[in-house]
Write a protein that binds this ligand. Structure first.
Ligand SMILES: NC(=O)c1ccc[n+]([C@@H]2O[C@H](COP(=O)([O-])OP(=O)(O)OC[C@H]3O[C@@H](n4cnc5c(N)ncnc54)[C@H](OP(=O)(O)O)[C@@H]3O)[C@@H](O)[C@H]2O)c1
Length: 215
């Protein structure tokens, strides 16, 4: 058994989730409100370590039951001073590391109040092991909030069930600007993750598209 995984992002018309300089402010105020409401319907919010290092998000919510915050961080590079940890008034923080995370960094994160979970023996976090572990802990519905490399791993491993994209009417360009999905990519359209459109809605200046992932 594994959780029902929702992937959410704000994306430019050309598929970027940040500019070449890492600016990812793509949501309208109305879309931010939607994201805050969505966060209260899930048990956990998951991000990749690069998103943490670039944005230093607090991932705050005003939910009666604050979701668990999960950072996918093979080498425990999350700084103990990250706002996720220092603004920990609500909700626990779980750092998922790989088999080669240095013990001193793991210890520093534990001292900063995070729980550290070793997901597999390899260098990279094993996402299937992580999903099984959070399911065991009662996380049935996590929300993934990027970035592009984490999105690719989850999608290519068939671990995403629903995609919500707030399309922003801007074109960012830039070969080094992060796209919704990075990684190696599929070789053939036949191999791609197929989706079915569930709804289309205008949310402020964003166009919110919801899809379910087909198997
Ligand atoms: N517009 C939006 O909605 C939105 C949302 C989120 C993020 N963003 C933007 O996206 C950018 C960051 O995206 P990103 O693609 O560079 O990074 P990311 O997906 O946030 O993080 C990727 C990192 O996660 C770690 N990781 C550990 N295990 C992994 C696994 N199994 N698969 C994939 N990654 C794994 C890897 O680092 P290690 O090998 O060191 O572990 C990897 O480099 C930022 O600019 C941020 O602002 C935008």
């Amino acid at each position: 058994m594994r959780p029902y995984v929702i992937l959410n992002a704000a994306m430019s018309l050309d598929g970027k989730i940040a500019t070449k300089l890492g600016d990812s402010e793509l949501s309208s105020p109305e879309d931010w409100e939607r994201v805050h409401r969505l966060r209260c319907t899930v048990d956990a919010i998951m991000i990749g370590v690069n998103t943490l290092l670039v944005d230093d998000p607090k991932l705050t919510t005003k939910c009666p039951r604050p979701p668990l915050k999960i950072v996918v961080d093979s080498l425990a590079r999350t700084p103990p001073t990250a706002r996720l940890l220092t603004h920990r008034g609500e909700g626990k923080v779980l750092i998922a590391v790989g088999g080669e995370a240095p013990a001193y960094r793991v210890e520093a994160l534990r001292r900063a109040g995070a729980e550290v979970f070793k997901a597999g023996r390899k260098r990279r976090v094993n996402l299937k092991i992580l999903m099984a572990e959070i399911w065991r802990r009662g996380v049935k519905r996590p929300l993934v909030e990027g970035g592009g490399n984490l999105n690719w791993s989850l999608i290519s491993e068939g671990l995403v069930d629903e995609v919500q994209v707030a399309l922003t009417p801007v074109i960012l360009g830039g070969r080094n600007a992060v796209s919704l999905v990075e990684g190696e990519g599929f070789g053939k359209v036949d191999e791609a993750q197929r989706l079915e459109l569930l709804s289309v809605e205008r949310v402020g200046f964003n166009l919110l598209l919801k899809f379910k992932c087909l198997r």
